[in-house]
Design a protein around this ligand. Structure first.
Ligand SMILES: Cc1cc2nc3c(=O)[nH]c(=O)nc-3n(C[C@H](O)[C@H](O)[C@H](O)COP(=O)(O)O)c2cc1C
Length: 281
């Protein structure tokens, strides 16, 4: 891929993603990889083409090379190969039967267990039994999943993360045999995508990129404009809960997210995390 081609891809992707025009340098280093990242898209349909075990192992190795908080290495990846086991996990999730179609299904887990065991083995005190332990392991798992997606997309694959594995985290932990201090962060479907990329618009950089100080001036107007842009480019196919909230002429991102979180979701997760041994004080 020539770098001037990458520059055109970068400009097109930024406009589609953020509604902003830029004029990228034709010869900028890394522009092919940056263009690919800007063109990221979640995929939920895959061809039948299988991944080779070697490629999957390579992608896991690349992902597990991501930075790790204090070099603690608090992430594990479970490759769910057994169909019945995957079905048992999917049975805990409403309306996501397509997870069964993915050639590969992984579960990324936060793991604070090894650190606790090493403290026991070394006979050292552990005066750190508080929220930060859970947070560190969860953040590491997120970084490693993101790195996996980046590597997979570079190899021509498409992925869909599945946070819904946390809906019934006790059951999923039982299926995966997760011990104390290990928890599912997210599932990940992986395969060769059946469709091309569709760039989902994001909030403008004026909202999410700050200089020196956090700034939310004009936030409401910015979000209204983003809602309108999204509605024009990728209108939602259906509105959530119209009986409860009515049908809107222009149903934007902010209405969708507000309605999504007007229903209790995953309220049992805190209890599950505590049962896995974490104190969250
Ligand atoms: C941590 C995480 C969990 C997600 N969980 C789900 C999920 O359970 N089901 C799903 O269909 N998509 C899930 N997604 C995908 C998001 O819906 C998707 O990234 C978002 O709509 C933006 O689309 P894009 O990735 O194509 O830009 C998840 C994404 C992340 C980062």
């Amino acid at each position: 891929m020539s770098s001037s081609n990458s520059a055109a891809r970068i400009a097109a992707a930024i406009e589609q993603r953020f509604g902003e025009r830029i004029n990228p340098q034709a010869e900028a280093p890394g522009s092919n990889e940056i263009a690919r990242m800007l063109e990221h898209c979640t995929h939920r349909k895959w061809t039948d083409r299988a991944l080779t075990p070697e490629l999957l192992r390579l992608l896991c190795a690349a992902a597990l090379s991501a930075p790790s908080k204090s070099d603690l290495q608090q992430t594990d990846i479970v490759n769910v190969v057994d169909r019945a086991e995957r079905a048992a996990i999917v049975a805990t999730i409403d309306d996501m039967g397509w997870i069964m179609d993915a050639p590969v299904f992984l579960v990324f887990c936060g793991n604070n267990r090894r650190l606790r065991l090493m403290s026991q083995w070394q006979g050292t005190p552990f005066p750190n039994d508080h929220l930060d332990q859970f947070f560190n392991a969860a953040c590491d798992a997120a970084m490693i999943m993101a790195a996996f997606i980046q590597a997979a997309e570079a190899a021509g694959l498409g992925c869909c993360p599945v946070s819904h594995v946390r809906n019934h985290a006790d059951k999923v932990s039982e299926v995966l045999g997760l011990p104390r201090w290990v928890f599912p962060f997210a599932g990940l479907c992986v395969g060769y995508p059946a469709r091309g990329n569709r760039i989902t618009p994001r909030l403008p950089l004026a909202v999410t990129l700050h200089t020196d100080r956090y700034d939310e001036s004009n936030l409401r107007e910015q979000i209204a404009r983003y809602d309108a842009r999204r509605h024009m480019l990728q209108p939602y196919g259906r509105q959530r809960d119209p009986q409860r909230f009515g049908k809107l002429e222009q149903y934007g991102w902010s209405a969708d997210k507000a309605r999504q979180y007007a229903v209790e979701e995953r309220a049992s997760f805190g209890g599950y995390v505590r049962r896995q041994g974490f104190r969250l004080d």
